[in-house]
Write a protein that binds this ligand. Structure first.
Ligand code: 6CS
Length: 363
């Protein structure tokens, strides 16, 4: 599925599959079914994506660590519903695991929209990886926030820099005035693009290609791998690299299911999550690089625009008031998490700088 030509059919299928799944009744709770239990894991992206690589590797590791006692079925985007629908399925226990990106789950968990703020994450993605890692202070701060909504937070990971694909050249906020920019459904994204003067338009992922093709929207924003696999580059003329935000994914389990796991099973899951961190980080880096080359090859006249530091600064200045809007939406706990995130990033950047200057002295 590389184009959205099958999108309307897919949407119908999604709803039917989701209803069927919910109709199947309660899922296995924890280890209740010890013989060949199936865990269902729904993702928000198509096969070959970063989330697909994560879920498939998770399935392989779980199956091998449990000698086949647990079988994990991965449902790619389109099999069970939209991002919001699969999150709901995980919340009500119809499935055990799901990807729940802040770009969508921010409507339910306002605090997680901290990852949608521009110019907050480090320009050094190695730093972001560490700060978001399993068991890190940021992860720990979010655990009770997710738990309140019925989710066990299993991890965050970056999927790549957000890149604009548009029908026009943009290197200054003036170029963005009135631009219909498709964004994911979390409210803070609307604020972020309004701050630049754009006309942000939330729309489901599956409708973006046709939205661009039919000129219902003028642009969209996603990491390079997604722009390639969803063919957004086919229906836009510019790829613009503002390096303002990473696409951050969150992995969740149904909380009752997770709480019902035996200590051994829980250990298997936790061990697996730890092992996946380097794997998925390397995977996203590689596919984002490779797929940029694929786009260049398939569409040599695609205009590539890398914003300069000065151009980025003009957008950054406009994005500052959005931090206040985030605090209004996410409250005191959201503000504390933002402080923690900034402190952790600064500390990790400091360590990286110290390590490289120490390395320099050795030379
Ligand atoms: O733009 C979106 O809606 C989607 N983009 C990615 C890269 N992953 C999932 C998300 O739903």
């Amino acid at each position: 599925m590389k184009t959205s030509s099958s999108t309307p059919i897919m949407c119908l299928l999604l709803l039917c599959s989701a209803c069927l799944l919910v109709g199947c009744g309660r899922p296995p709770r924890g280890d209740a079914q010890t013989e060949s239990t199936t865990w269902k894991f729904a993702i928000e992206e198509i096969e070959g994506s970063v989330q697909d690589a994560y879920a498939k590797r998770f399935a392989e590791l779980i199956e091998s660590k449990t000698d086949g006692a647990i079988d994990v079925t991965v449902y790619p985007y389109g099999a069970l519903g939209t991002s919001e629908q699969i999150t709901q399925l995980a919340r009500n226990g119809a499935i055990q695991f799901a990807m729940a990106s802040p770009g969508h789950i921010g409507k339910t968990i306002p605090e997680v929209q901290v990852f949608l703020l521009h110019h907050v994450l480090s320009p050094d993605n190695d730093v972001n990886k560490d700060v978001l890692s399993y068991g890190s202070p940021v992860h720990q701060a979010f655990e009770p926030v997710y738990a309140e909504k019925g989710f066990q937070l299993l991890g965050f990971f970056p999927e790549g820099w957000m890149v604009w694909t548009t029908d026009r050249h943009i290197d200054a906020p003036e170029d963005m005035q009135g631009l219909k920019m498709r964004v994911m459904s979390s409210p803070l994204l609307v604020q972020s693009y309004k701050a630049y003067g754009a006309n942000p338009t939330p729309m489901p992922y599956a409708e973006v290609y046709s939205g661009l093709q039919l000129k219902m929207i003028d642009g969209q924003v996603n990491p390079v791998f997604a722009i390639e696999e969803m063919s957004f580059y086919e229906v836009t003329d510019y790829m613009i690299f503002p390096r303002q935000a990473q696409f951050v994914a969150s992995v969740v389990a149904n909380k009752d299911f997770f709480d019902g796991l035996s200590p051994e099973r829980r250990q298997v899951v936790e061990e697996t999550l730890g092992e996946l961190e380097d794997y998925i980080y390397d995977y996203q880096r590689r596919v984002n690089e490779e797929r940029l080359d694929i786009i260049r090859e398939k569409k040599p006249d695609m205009n590539m625009v890398e914003l300069t530091e000065e151009q980025r600064a003009a957008f950054e200045a406009l994005s500052e008031p959005v931090i206040g809007q985030f605090k209004d939406i996410a409250g005191a706990r959201g503000a504390e998490i933002l402080d923690l995130l900034e402190q952790e990033i600064a500390a990790r950047e400091g360590e990286t700088a110290d390590a490289s200057s120490a390395g320099g002295n050795d030379d």
